[in-house]
Design a protein around this ligand. Structure first.
Ligand code: SF4
Length: 265
């Protein structure tokens, strides 16, 4: 892989032009370009969804040294850890980093709100997602110039206009790449079958989106893929704050008490 010392970060205009250029191209075309350009200053983010493991397979084929990270929220289902072991066995030497929430922040959260706070209100749920997911994500992204996600336009209304190359203004204006943006769920599964990629066991039990165990359940046929996330909430975004800033006006004060004034909301 070539070194990337002399490259600058992209700006919004360049990202827009690249998005147009890569629209209609295969996901691995964008990955190959990105790995060449950013090298080890790029990492794949994975929550072990179907698209995430497809991207691991594609990226590993291009560069077995590709960095992959995931956030171990402390509430993941056992099946997620089983899949991690399957991936480690399949992709020899895979650089998969599991990141944990800050122990002090987590202690304060649980002391203040209890372990199952997310059931009580949307604000509490966002507080939990922030401490367990958003803060660790913010820390890892601070050391990167580009990150890759498995987001697709067909997943939820809030994702319908994502572009393949974006500037992530919520995370220091680094580059955010969504190589699967224009693929459908069916295309992803076709890829996984054709390439015999290990997948999450919960899909066989009716789940269509994988997250923390207490906040994810199977969906009925015909329901949107993210309908099983935080299913008890109505009129709240099916997002945790990792991919878009969420402002409710309701949880920021408590968040600051738990994580400090520099908290990423
Ligand atoms: S998905 Fe649920 S358990 Fe996981 S971080 Fe969010 S609120 Fe907490």
């Amino acid at each position: 892989m070539s070194t990337t010392e002399d490259y600058d970060l992209l700006d919004d205009l360049e990202a827009g032009e690249l998005s147009v250029e890569f629209e209609g191209q295969e996901p691995w075309d964008l990955l190959e370009w990105a790995l060449e350009r950013f090298g080890s200053r790029l990492a794949l983010s994975t929550a072990f969804q179907e698209g995430d493991v497809a991207l691991i397979d594609m990226a590993y084929a291009i560069d077995p040294g590709v960095r992959v990270f995931s956030i171990d929220t402390g509430r993941l289902p056992q099946e997620t850890f089983d899949l991690i072991e399957d991936l480690r066995a399949r992709y020899d030497g895979l650089r998969l980093e599991l990141l944990s929430p800050d122990a002090g922040q987590l202690q304060r959260l649980v002391d203040l709100k209890g372990p199952n706070l997310f059931r009580a209100s949307v604000e509490n749920r966002l507080l939990c997602c922030n401490v367990r997911k958003v803060q660790p994500l913010t820390r890892v992204l601070a050391g990167l110039e580009a990150w890759v996600t498995g987001l697709r336009r067909d997943q939820w209304a809030s994702r319908s206009d994502i572009r393949k190359v974006e500037i992530d203004h919520d995370h220091g204006a680094i580059v955010k790449l969504n190589p699967l943006a224009e693929w459908s769920e069916e295309e992803v599964w076709d890829y996984l079958r054709e390439n015999d990629v290990p997948t999450h066991a919960l899909y066989a039990q009716g789940y269509t989106s994988i997250g923390c165990a207490p906040c994810t359940r199977p969906v009925a046929k015909g329901e949107p893929v993210r309908a099983g996330r935080w299913w008890w909430e109505s009129d709240a975004p099916k997002e945790c704050g990792m991919h878009c800033a969420i402002e409710t006006g309701g949880f920021e004060h408590e968040l600051h008490a738990i994580v400090g004034e520099s908290a990423h909301e």
